[in-house]
Design a binder for this molecule. Structure first.
Ligand code: SF4
Length: 476
């Protein structure tokens, strides 16, 4: 597995994704359910939009004075007893963590959910050093058992049904096949509890790092983040530089919007606060705590006045659920740790030219901007990246399919300038296409038009006759 996009290319993998009807059904079900929950929790919270504005203002301020806040955070964490390492890139972060694990003499590491450790490809590095890594978030555990990377930022196994997971657990954990979610969760919990007790090091990500107090906030639903950060003797937290916020009193604004948008909950089950290792009078907690603060291309994003807005991202995952492209192809098609609309922005900046085509993987419909809890203008940033890529490579070699699609759109645009001709052609085509229509829509179209419906899109049935305009009612 590689965290960065592979050379196989987005077009090829997206074609595979879109041709998989079973995958599309699972994605539609899961993302559809998510959007229903989000709409319901948002509707019952009238202050949602004002909280979004407050959170965005805090992010604007924090990203605007990141250097100052990071120094404050580092000083506070160190005063609390933690060791802080600032990593310029993925390699530095990996080496540091592997060394800490080796020095701790640990043979087993438990991991809470962390996209940043996916980004730096930590698991393969630890495994090369002879350390067993166990993902403890249920979704992450499932994809680890399958040898895959997560296909969603917060729902790593969104591409799998409960039947898929039942078969996986029967095969890998040796339990009798069942598709009963409670039994499956119970089997994973039992397996993971034993590992929590024996692992020497715990690693987690960070949702927010509060500069004022040197406190890390970990937001989760399963309690595995709490166990990973408190049971092992050594705890390592890995965060991007953009996770810092100024004050403890800023946090509630984010808590009000994060779960409501991310999972459709009012609040997640656990909000953990970690300010340092176990103190002299504490009964539990890690004896050593390390915080790795990662740059890895984020400073370059900060320096770009359009791109810097992407650093406001809370990794709630909502823009993936609402994106018509993601919902058709799934996360693996992006060949990147970060899929979906926000992934199409950050991946080219974190992983370089191999992800250069991702900003083109969008319809620019704006649904991502509308749902984003901190109102990131994703379409604008995607256009900026497309422009940047076009300037960098003026002789882009477009794939044949894209050239054909463009030619069709140009032909249609020309024709649309002559409404009478368009109406005539529609009238002639309507009887030919009538056998393909059901309930007012065509699910399959013949000839070149079939390119439209081949990938699960329907098309409104054409009407042969103009609707006769109703005469206005005469009043006496
Ligand atoms: S860009 Fe916005 S919607 Fe997408 S993951 Fe980030 S915070 Fe969530």
């Amino acid at each position: 597995m590689s965290a960065g996009p592979s050379s196989s290319g987005f077009l090829e993998s997206s074609r595979r994704g879109v041709a998989d009807a079973d995958l599309r059904r699972k994605l539609e079900n899961a993302t559809g359910r998510h959007l229903e929950h989000v709409a319901a929790t948002r509707a019952e919270f009238p202050a949602f939009d004002s909280e979004r504005d407050a959170a965005r203002r805090i992010k604007e301020d924090a990203i605007g004075r990141l250097d100052e806040l990071l120094v404050e955070l580092k000083n506070k964490l160190e005063a609390n007893g933690a060791t802080v390492f600032v990593a310029a890139d993925a390699g530095e972060a990996r080496d540091y963590i592997v060394n800490v694990v080796k020095r701790a003499g640990a043979k087993q590491v438990v991991k809470g959910k962390s996209m940043t450790t996916e980004e730096i490809e930590l698991n393969p590095a630890l495994e090369r050093a002879g350390v067993e890594v166990v993902e403890t978030d249920l979704g992450e555990y499932i994809v680890q058992l399958r040898g895959e990377r997560p296909s969603h930022i917060i729902t790593p196994a969104i591409h799998l049904s409960k039947e898929d997971i039942g078969r996986l657990f029967a095969d890998k954990l040796g339990i009798p096949y069942t598709a009963e979610p409670e039994t499956l969760t119970d089997a994973a919990r039992k397996r993971l509890r034993e590992i929590f007790l024996s692992a020497g090091v715990g690693v987690t990500g960070v949702n927010f790092a509060i500069a004022e107090t040197g406190t890390l906030a970990l937001i989760e639903n399963e309690g595995n983040g709490r166990l990973s950060s408190t049971l092992p003797d050594t705890f390592i937290a890995v965060m991007g530089i953009e996770k810092v916020i100024p004050k403890l009193s800023d946090l509630p604004h984010f808590l009000e919007i994060l779960a409501r948008t991310g999972t459709g909950q009012k609040l997640t089950t656990y909000v953990n606060f970690i300010s340092g290792p176990r103190g002299r009078h504490d009964a539990d907690g890690p004896r050593a705590m390390h915080v790795v603060i990662l740059d890895n291309g984020r400073s370059a994003m900060l320096a770009d006045p359009v791109l810097r807005e992407a650093l406001y991202c809370l990794r709630c995952g909502a823009c993936l659920n609402v994106c018509p492209v993601y919902r058709r192809i799934g996360g693996h098609a992006y060949n990147s740790t970060y899929p979906g609309p926000i992934g199409s922005i950050v991946s080219p900046n974190l992983f370089g030219s191999a992800a250069a085509e991702l900003p083109f993987a969008s319809t620019l419909c704006g649904a991502c901007r509308d749902i984003c809890p901190v109102r990131i203008d994703i379409p604008r940033i995607l256009l900026h990246l497309r422009w940047r890529e076009s300037v960098a490579q003026p002789a882009i070699k477009w794939p044949k399919a894209a050239v054909k699609a463009r030619a069709s759109v140009v032909r249609f645009a020309r024709m649309a300038r002559f409404p009478r001709t368009l109406r005539l052609l529609t009238r002639l085509a309507a009887p030919v296409l009538r056998p393909f229509a059901r309930d007012g829509y065509m699910r399959r179209m013949p000839g070149v038009a079939g390119n439209w419906t081949r990938w699960g899109r329907d098309f409104p049935a054409l009407r042969a006759r103009r609707k006769t305009r109703q005469k206005p009612a005469e009043h006496s």
